[in-house]
Design a binder for this molecule. Sequence first.
Ligand code: ASP
Ligand code: MG
Length: 453
Amino acid sequence: MLSLLLLHFKIKRMKVLKFGGTSVGSVENMTNVKTIIDNGEKKIVVLSAMSGTTNSLVAIASHIENNAREAALAAVTALYETYTPVLKHLLTETTLHELAAAYVLERFEVLKTACNTPFSSVLENEILAQGELMSTFMFHCFLKQEGLRSALLPALDFMKINAQKEPSFLHIEQEITEALAAAGDADIYITQGFICLDAEGHVSNLQRGGSDYTATIVGAAIRAEEVQIWTDIDGMHNNDPRFVEGTQPIANLSFDEAAELAYFGAKILHPQTVLPVQKDGIPVRLKNTMDPEAKGTSITRNHVESGIKAIAAKDAITAIKIKSGRMLQAHGFLKKVFEIFETYETSIDMITTSEVAVSLTIDDDSKLDAIVADLEQFSSIEVDKNQSIICLVGHAIVNHDGTHKLFQILKDVKIRMISYGGSNNNISLLVDTDNKIKTLQKLNSYLFQFAAV
Ligand code: ASP
Ligand code: MG
């Protein structure tokens, strides 16, 4: 009994470390990862597919869907050719090389067979799962070769989503304990990010970029000491480094701030990442595989009350303006509007209203025509595509002394919508995407004037 308890305790205090595609994308980077994880602590390591692989698998699936079988097969062959040199250089020990090469070949046989199978979403998900299966197997063999005590922890044995595509936390918590026991004693348990089973038991996934989400789901399931997300940049930056010079990594974020930022397109985190660990306050640290000493970003329960911390932008937003004379002093109008969006399962991101009109934004415009047709039954509609949401995030940002300056700074920018006060931690602006870079740059001066130090 005591030993069981101790085992339980040990499992619960492990850390979970997730490494992204670039971190496992070359022999050199995999060697860096090995150095990082080889510190004598028991841990679970979650891996993405090698960089570029999932994109190729998406392309293969889409060729199959379009019945372009030849193109699909050619893409499979091209992808296979990128794996052979990695296998050769990573695994110099003959038995392990042969073992991994045979496994990779088997995965490519699955892909080849898929090229001649009728398309379905189940087939597509099976194709997409091959990347993480290969990266984890290869990396596990590599660790063995380097003398580390590594064991594979198959994600499909415990990772499951329900009919609403949400993680089945209870199931995961129970099954991961069994999977860890079945994997036997090891220092490093390696599991696949991204992939899971769906409610019907078919292979599925947590959407693109989902390995981050795997890491925090696993972290919550084992009550990890912390979850580390290792990528190829030094944490979350306070503005978009692609468009603005002199951006800096943010040292500390609260869970709420991180959730706002991740959702609004700060590319480095899957939007749902922090949710599973927020309740238990398990810290999430964002670290850089290429520069392990860099501080990175810590996401914890603590927040510093000091105005704006970061700016992020999300493109490909569609704005819809709904005008109706009948809205004037009437009730039930918004309900009617929302019901239409509900019917078409389209979620609304930003919303502002006046006495006679409502403006709102969506990012999934696949049902736009049907939505507009229904709205036109009782209102006149204007649609603007190519919009960007720019969001400013910081704890209690709406109460901050400097916030009024925002309007001054943006006086030459045409703002289509503004959302202030929806949460205390966020101010969102909607601008034409053509004005995005200019807006981000102008906001940067504001950011540095009032940023938390
Ligand atoms: N390999 C998956 C993707 O590229 C999952 C991930 O890397 O997080 O989306
Ligand atoms: Mg990612």
